[in-house]
Design a protein around this ligand. Sequence first.
Ligand SMILES: Cc1cc2nc3c(=O)[nH]c(=O)nc-3n(C[C@H](O)[C@H](O)[C@H](O)COP(=O)(O)OP(=O)(O)OC[C@H]3O[C@@H](n4cnc5c(N)ncnc54)[C@H](O)[C@@H]3O)c2cc1C
Length: 309
Amino acid sequence: MLRSPILAAARSPRTRSLVENLPPTKAIVDRFVAGDAMADAVRVTRELVDSGRKVTLDHLGEDTADRAQADATVLAYDALLATLGETGLARSAEVSVKLSAVGQFLPGDGERIALENARRICTAAAAVGTTVTLDMEDHTTTDSTLGILRELRADFPWVGAVLQAYLYRTEQDCRDLAYEGSRVRLCKGAYQEPESVAFQEKGDVDRSYVRCLRVLMAGAGYPMVASHDPRLIAIARHLADRAGRAPGSFEFQMLYGIRPEEQMRIVEHGDLMRIYLPYGAEWYGYFMRRLAERPANLTFFLRSLATKG
Ligand SMILES: Cc1cc2nc3c(=O)[nH]c(=O)nc-3n(C[C@H](O)[C@H](O)[C@H](O)COP(=O)(O)OP(=O)(O)OC[C@H]3O[C@@H](n4cnc5c(N)ncnc54)[C@H](O)[C@@H]3O)c2cc1C
């Protein structure tokens, strides 16, 4: 019930400046974000890697409206990837990129700019021996993002895709992408989507997730099971067994700060566990989507405002 207004607020500049300036916000944001600086991201990556987890790093930012900011994002990824290479972390850490942060929405030739910028990030990743996964944003970007994925994969076949189980189209997208070497992260989906394109009920989204998982696990690609839902994790294991998949032929993924004990149980079980680790000053949209996913997060947030007030 609260999900829609929170997701609407995630796109509102007025709510953004209100939330960003509330005194207790930063402490709560820190649960989900490594910190503002690249050094914070590298420090937390080291901790996660030392505990047996893999990492995918996200330099926060989305919906970039100017070219200079898109270029600055590419430079931030370049610097991060070089540091991952120098510190030996590139063996265990890759990067996730939002195409809207590197120019996809720029007027005129935004798509071409995003493709060129993503290509630069892929070149930097290749230089240190790691990979890139393209995050998926709202449904108006799906075709464009999958188009850019296809172009990138011609040169960098290891570029990962993200598919969202709440979209009706996704089961077919899974079939199209379940080929040898194709890395596909399957998540439920975090944006506010209309009934014309997406399931609205949790039960329907979960059932779609299982259908998509079946396709990916039975296929020849590399499934990345991005969910904190214990039932879906158990089903993923069952489907992997049934498809005769060895450990290491798929992986689980969770967001930094969410269900850390379960993350460690998955590591101890012998499965690959990768943590999505965001960092940077542009945390607002990411943080609001995490609040929308779980009413308890919002209650906690509001309670801390009340006690500070
Ligand atoms: C690695 C990774 C990458 C992702 N990339 C994308 C992307 O590119 N595009 C996109 O649209 N979405 C992305 N998502 C978000 C995803 O779509 C979901 O919104 C999110 O993962 C919650 O769904 P769930 O599968 O965990 O199931 P849910 O049914 O939402 O949650 C299951 C359980 O997990 C815990 N949980 C879930 N969310 C939270 C939270 N915010 N705070 C505290 N506990 C929580 C709770 O215990 C909950 O009961 C990504 C998720 C992951 C893990």
